[in-house]
Design a protein around this ligand. Structure first.
Ligand code: ZN
Length: 678
């Protein structure tokens, strides 16, 4: 591990933050916190913390000694001074004299001594930082240190490795008791450069930001070097089926099983690489993967252990489903038993969290992170990848072991840890995966944005190119290239969505384009081209979707963008209206044939939309062709109101939410009796 300290960068931080009235100590604290936070080998997603002891003015303008320590909810990778709330130091130091201190009192006292009442809660490890005298203190969960410490003889290994340079603190849950113990270990030998917290992580300290940071790099490098010596080969691979199924094939099956028994739907994030495969394919994966998390606070994101599924034989997915269901049931039973056992000593008793795994290992395939949102699933997957490396290295030099199950339970159910996750009411379409075809522009793009707004995970499918990439980036959606006139493209695109997010819940089949021609003389090729996109495109998309719905087993929603042409044909619009009329029948056919599996199928009949699809020139042409003024065309409806792409998008959202509605057509045109359904 190399130091990333750059003297010029450090100076720039000091100058930049000075302009905002931030002192040099805090500017440098921001700088090295980011250096630590950006290396996944050191910390992940809000893990770890840093502090600096400095002076700032209190609200009365008096210079005051404070501890600026990482605030809960901030990630070191992009921390700002606001993420390092200033706490008056003297009252924190006084606490050390207490024989004990409850978590609630600790949090309260820390908050009462903030200089800014709106600051975030100081880290749960604030008192540890306060009780050590050093100006700069860095704390990480470096994976190399964990690989060495997470061993039955981890303490002896650390002593051998670090000698007198580092103090060693036995495992104690974060909070007041750990803070006191760490200070005692330091005071027993004040020459140490830091502390190894057994089965938890590492602290380093120094008089300057650079010294504390460089010591972190040096001591983690020592552990890394140790892991390269006397390695034994890991792991012996198990036998795999001749043809292993792909992640895209099994993800919807897994997603269905995770929600089995009335559970909530989850979003999945798939990962694979040679290191992951080496780990999940190991003959003993059921042993080393089930020991527990590499550092305790990971279990609020991943639970203590992953579920391990059987290797999926591509020629017998039915057998995989049976085996996977049994594996998930075993996980659930084990989690419930773990809760029951450790909840016995809780007073008051804790409320059991859901028993759904957050990490799933699949031999031959890779691993899945599982979460209520794509971002939670990604965090679980990042931690799981980190765990793969930590445990692989631990097993290469010995045998992996972590903190006790009781200790892990205390952390998982610690109110201060649960508070980090934040609990709000979920958005209406949270945990739903929505696919919008033709999603890069116009109605499709507005629809993707509307579903995003409702909390859904959205994938937009459109022709490959710049506009798809730009729309996906702007909407923070998954962008998947797909030409629905290519018979194989829809299946491939839906497989990509299933691999990226786990499955599909709602499909807005929107891609379309208008062809014109007088029906008595139009070239047959024009009609065929229009049917290819405006009918077969919808059929291919719907077919790919119901295949995934069937694997998941919890139904699904098909939404078609029909057109006024399907109901109320306009002159010379036959090539467009005919396939759109067929789409209305298609919608009803899906409602009939797939209703028994819980699939709802509905359509929106939209007309006179002002959107990116219709340029002003096109509108002028159309209205000329009809002999009406432009204004009449846009708002010549009963309500005399302009209809926008956003209005159509809201109609799709309404139909997605209408749980008891299928085979219906929702009209969005401001009122046009000639196009009213009868
Ligand atoms: Zn920690």
């Amino acid at each position: 591990m190399k130091s990333m300290w750059v003297e010029d960068d450090a100076k720039r931080y000091i100058e930049r933050y000075a302009q905002h009235g931030v002192n040099a100590d805090i500017a440098l604290r921001v700088y090295t916190s980011r250096l630590l936070g950006r290396d996944p080998a050191l910390v992940l997603h809000g893990g770890g913390n840093t502090s600096v002891k400095t002076q700032v003015n209190d609200p009365m303008g008096r210079p005051t000694d404070v501890l600026c320590v990482k605030g809960s909810g901030w990630d070191m990778a992009d921390i700002e001074p606001a993420g390092l709330p200033a706490v008056r130091l003297a009252p924190l130091l006084e606490l050390r004299g207490l024989p004990k201190l409850s978590d609630e009192d600790m949090v309260n006292i820390q908050r009462c001594n903030l200089l800014d009442s709106s600051a975030p809660n100081p880290s749960v490890e604030t008192l540890l930082h306060a009780f050590l005298p050093h100006k700069f203190i860095d704390h990480t969960h470096a994976i190399a240190v964990l690989s060495v410490s997470d061993q039955p003889d981890g303490a002896a290994l650390c002593d051998q490795l670090y000698g007198k340079r580092m103090g060693r603190v036995p495992y104690i849950m974060p909070g007041f008791r750990l803070a006191k113990k760490a200070a005692e270990v330091y005071e027993a030998d004040p020459t140490v450069e830091g502390l190894i917290l057994e089965k938890h992580g590492i602290f380093t300290f120094g008089d300057s930001a650079r010294e504390a940071y460089e010591r972190m790099i040096a001591h983690v490098s020592t552990a890394e070097a140790r892991l390269q010596k006397n390695r034994k080969p890991v792991f012996v691979p198990a036998q795999l089926p001749a043809r292993v199924a792909t992640a895209a094939e099994i993800a919807p099956i897994l997603r269905g099983l995770l929600a089995a028994g009335g559970g909530q739907r989850m979003i999945l994030e798939f990962r694979t690489n040679p290191a992951i495969l080496n780990y999940v394919n190991g003959r003993e994966v059921e042993r080393y993967s089930q020991v527990g998390v590499v550092t305790p606070d990971h279990n609020i994101r991943t639970k203590n252990w992953p579920a391990v599924l059987p290797a999926p034989d591509a020629t017998d997915l039915g057998a995989f489903r049976t085996g996977a269901a049994a594996a998930i049931e075993r996980f659930t039973a084990r989690y419930r038993a773990y809760f029951a056992t450790h909840n016995q000593r809780q007073d008051p008793p804790k409320v059991e969290l859901d028993a759904v795994p957050r990490v799933v290992l699949v031999p031959g395939v890779g691993l899945f992170g599982v979460g209520a949102s794509a971002s939670a699933a990604k965090i679980a997957a990042d931690i799981a990848e980190n765990t793969v490396q930590t445990i692989t290295d631990a097993e290469a030099i010995g045998r992996y072991e972590c903190a006790s199950e009781a200790d892990l339970f205390d952390l998982e159910y610690w109110s201060l840890e649960q508070a980090k996750l934040g609990k709000g009411k979920e958005a209406r379409l949270a945990r739903r995966v929505v696919v919008v075809t033709g999603g890069a522009s116009g109605i499709g793009r507005a629809t993707a944005a509307a579903f995003k707004q409702e909390g859904a995970e959205v994938a937009i499918l459109d022709l490959p190119g710049e506009s798809l990439t730009a729309a996906a980036k702007a909407l923070k959606c998954l962008g998947v290239p797909c030409d629905v006139t290519d018979p194989k493209a829809a299946k491939t695109a839906f497989a990509a969505v299933a691999q990226a997010l786990g499955g599909v819940d709602i499909v807005v089949s929107n891609a379309g384009r208008a062809w014109q021609g007088k029906i008595g003389t139009v070239d047959e090729q024009v009609l065929r081209d229009s049917f290819e996109l405006n009918f077969y495109g919808h059929q291919r998309v719907a077919q790919a979707a119901v295949d995934i719905f069937a694997k998941q087993g919890f139904g699904g929603v098909l939404l078609f963008n029909a057109s006024k042409q399907a109901v109320n044909p306009g002159p010379d619009f036959g090539p467009y209206g005919l396939p759109k009329a067929a789409v209305l029948s298609l919608m009803r056919q899906y409602a009939i044939d797939h209703g028994p599996q819980g699939v709802r199928s509905n359509a929106v009949n939209a007309d006179r939309i002002r959107s990116g699809l219709l340029t002003d020139a096109m509108i002028a042409n159309r209205s000329q062709a009809r002999g009406v003024s432009e204004k009449t065309y846009m708002s010549g409806n009963l309500l005399e109101k302009e209809v926008t792409a956003e209005d159509v998008a809201q109609a799709f959202v309404s139909l997605a939410l209408a749980d008891k509605t299928t085979g219906a057509i929702l009209t969005v045109d401001g009122g046009n009796i000639a196009a009213a359904l009868r």
